[in-house]
Design a protein around this ligand. Structure first.
Ligand code: NAP
Length: 237
């Protein structure tokens, strides 16, 4: 089994996940570039030619795809040290009066059930690591404290599904952290970052947007668990 740290990043063919993949591979890690579309995954990996990056087919909304990905990683690598649940969708910005259950379900399938599906499937491989870490890519828009603070711009943005999906993910993060005290399990808020998720309107670039995730992916066993962090420090829940 390789001594290199092995990380899996879901939704890594573009945006923040791609930048996280590049930065972790530049540390000398083996990085599994998760992509739901094999062609998009291969095109992204081709942009990182001299790094130890392997494309992994994984659609986080499919039990079958996630199970097949875990089997493939077990066969090829035998373990995973760091899981980064990054894949996510915006899903639109309908208000509580506009959004129905079907739309909520579709967003939750990726942003909430996806990380649960992937974390459960990869738990046996993470347990084989001497320093297992899980990073849930959340959002400041999932923070009840921030989105109800009139001083924050986030409090003026309405939206039922994306914000509530990230709030659910925050609770899922703390519950996994409690259930797995030997792991480091944390939520990251990338900050408002220019990617396809927001029509490239974010004020940060993807290097800045990947900072918190890279920090949490690289913490030691003495690092925090069950926390929520952006690139400058703790984020209120
Ligand atoms: P992005 O550029 O749109 O990238 C999203 C990635 O997720 C893409 O690779 C996409 O794949 C993948 N994905 C979507 N559904 C998937 C599925 N079912 N299975 C596997 N992969 C799937 O967005 P981003 O801004 O980098 O977002 C990354 C994460 O950061 C998300 O969790 C997002 O909520 C979070 N975030 C972003 C911001 C921001 O300002 N950008 C702020 C806070 C949090 P395809 O290319 O195949 O669609």
């Amino acid at each position: 089994m390789t001594e290199r740290t092995i990380a899996l990043v879901t939704g890594a063919n573009k945006g923040i996940g791609f930048e996280v993949t590049r930065r972790l591979a530049e540390l000398g890690w083996t990085v599994l570039l998760g992509a739901r579309d094999a062609e998009r995954g291969a095109a992204a990996a081709a942009l990182l030619p001299d790094l130890d990056v392997a494309v992994l087919d994984i659609d986080v909304t499919s039990d079958k795809s996630v199970a097949a990905a875990a089997e493939r990683v077990e066969a090829d690598h035998g373990r995973v040290d760091v899981l980064i649940n990054n894949a996510g969708i915006g899903g639109g910005w309908g208000s509580a009066l506009e959004v129905g259950a079907a739309e909520l379900l579709a967003t939750y399938d990726t942003n909430v059930f996806g990380p649960v599906r992937v974390t459960r499937a990869f738990l046996p491989l993470l347990r084989r690591s001497t320093a297992p870490r899980v990073v849930m890519v959340s959002s400041g828009m999932g923070s009840l404290a921030i989105t109800t603070d009139p001083a924050r711009i986030e409090s003026t943005l309405v939206g039922l599904h994306y914000p509530s999906s990230k709030t659910a993910l925050n609770m899922i993060t703390t519950q996994y952290a409690k259930a797995l005290p030997e792991f480091r399990v944390n939520a990251a808020d990338p900050g408002y970052t220019a990617t396809d998720l927001n029509g490239n309107s974010g004020h940060q670039n993807t290097v800045e947007g990947s900072d918190a995730i890279v920090t949490l992916a690289t913490i030691g066993q003495d690092g925090p668990t069950g926390g929520f962090f952006d690139r400058v420090g703790p984020v209120p829940w």
